[in-house]
Design a protein. Structure first.
Length: 455
């Protein structure tokens, strides 16, 4: 009897989310072309819903708003979010449950972790509805991809990510929550960022994807290899980068030499899809109705378009971990001009501060910096780190940890994991520090070469 009820509940949930997906995904591609007033009205509805939910169920916002004498009617618009304090990444990193809704048991939420590429790994929780809504909202850029691919459904897509990434888990859960005929599904191939480019090329030639998605640093390595070796390569219809930017030089190689359009996607584990590029490559279109974004100076003051400052965002979709008025740690500027594509979403400049350097091993091989970052993912007491390559195979790691962390045991664990990924002959010096300062230009990078620090 109980099993039958459970199956019925699962079937109902699947039908509900499939219906939601069917109704909403069709028109999402048109949302970026709506009038500014229509987008502002949608934004206001989303702000009201997020604030009400946060006040009633999220400990941080309940405590903060009561301390400030605020109630949900005091925060209606995106501008009203400024009444809340700016939330720093370290606050969420050190106590994620304080920012997570008590509306459901923690076990019912999806646990998501960042790659750690900024040197400050973070854990957040996502409700199932946010997963499906995120797929719907991604249609805004997917409409561009499908126009380049030449088909709306059934195309092949390769994702190159860390094996520990939640992408596969999210894909599997999405297919449990929704139902679509197999011919309408995107065919997925998952490759590892730890694979050298020549291995990735072999798999790509076998699968022949229409779309390749990867971090900018991996695409740099992949297309530099193809450019230098002239290896046979199945050319996709479009390349998408996220996580960190692709270099200008490699972007020119991809678009001019290989004739492949390159699109950027700005996203973060805490807030989902923030902005996206279109074919004009004139900036990132900000999903301002579901992710209000502003640029502030060092004292939190608003900056004019064209001025570079900190990116502050609010996630109006997720009902598990709620972050409003949140400092991502990225530097960017709002662009004053409109895009020639006709989309009315505001434009953001290219993002600074999220690219890393590939690691050179003692034997001359180069590997993705995530090979170092993953060593820190299970260390809840590590608050920030930076690995500096002093020479091939020679590394210094600066680590900021919780006050009560056992530094001796942590040193042993970290050195073992790093040598497992970087080579048993790698020299790894681990130093515990009180703080890690940003690099020149304000960048926070988890992995750098010594020569970069001297630039």
């Amino acid at each position: 009897m109980a099993d039958g009820i459970k199956r019925a509940q699962q079937t109902f949930e699947q039908l509900r989310w499939t219906g939601y997906l069917t109704v909403h995904i069709a028109w999402q591609g048109r949302v970026p072309f709506k009038s500014a007033d229509a987008l502002r009205r949608a934004q206001t509805r989303n702000v009201e819903g997020a604030i009400r939910h946060a006040y009633l169920t999220v400990p941080f916002y309940r405590d903060t708003m009561r301390r400030l004498g605020l109630t949900p009617p005091d925060i209606i618009t995106a501008d009203d979010l400024l009444k809340l304090p700016i939330v720093e990444r370290e606050q969420v990193q050190r106590d994620p449950e304080y920012f997570t809704s008590e509306g459901r048991p923690l076990s019912e939420y999806l646990k998501r972790q960042s790659s750690g590429s900024t040197g400050a790994p973070i854990t957040v929780f996502e409700d199932r509805g946010a997963l499906v809504r995120g797929v719907v909202l991604a249609q805004r850029q997917r409409a561009i991809l499908t126009s380049l691919v030449g088909r709306p459904f059934g195309y092949r897509s390769t994702m190159i990510a860390a094996p520990t990434s939640a992408i596969r888990e999210r894909e599997a859960l999405f297919r449990v929550l929704t139902w679509f005929p197999r011919p309408l599904r995107t065919q997925r191939q998952f490759l590892s960022v730890f694979d050298p480019p020549e291995v990735a090329v072999w798999h790509l030639n076998e699968f022949r994807p229409h779309v390749i998605g990867a971090s900018g640093s991996y695409l740099d390595a992949l297309f530099t290899y193809l450019h230098e070796t002239r290896a046979a390569f199945h050319r996709p219809k479009v390349v998408v980068f996220a996580g960190e930017g692709i270099s200008d030089a490699v972007r020119r190689i991809v678009s001019r030499e290989f004739g492949i359009p390159v699109l950027g996607l700005y996203q973060a584990v805490e807030v989902g899809n923030i902005a996206f590029e279109c074919q004009h490559n004139s900036g990132y279109h900000v999903n301002t109705d579901i992710c209000p974004l502003r640029i502030v100076g060092t004292e939190g003051e608003p900056l004019a378009p064209g001025e570079v400052g900190d990116v502050i965002v609010s996630n109006l979709v997720n009902r598990a971990t709620v972050v409003l008025n949140y400092r991502l740690g990225d530097l960017a500027s709002m662009l004053p001009e409109a895009c020639g594509c006709g989309r009315t979403l505001p434009l953001l400049s290219a993002i600074e501060g999220r690219s890393d350097d590939w690691i050179e091993l003692a034997d001359g091989r180069q590997i993705n910096p995530l090979s170092a970052c993953v060593a820190f993912r299970k260390e809840a007491e590590v608050w920030r780190f930076r690995l500096t390559q002093r020479a091939p195979g020679d590394f210094r790691v600066a680590v900021v940890v919780a006050p009560d962390a056992d530094r001796s045991e942590m040193t042993t664990r970290l050195r073992g994991r790093l040598q497992a990924n970087l080579g048993t002959d790698a020299q790894v010096e681990i130093e515990f520090v009180d703080a890690i300062e940003p690099l020149p230009g304000g960048k926070h990078k988890a992995v750098v070469r010594k020569d970069v620090l001297l630039r």
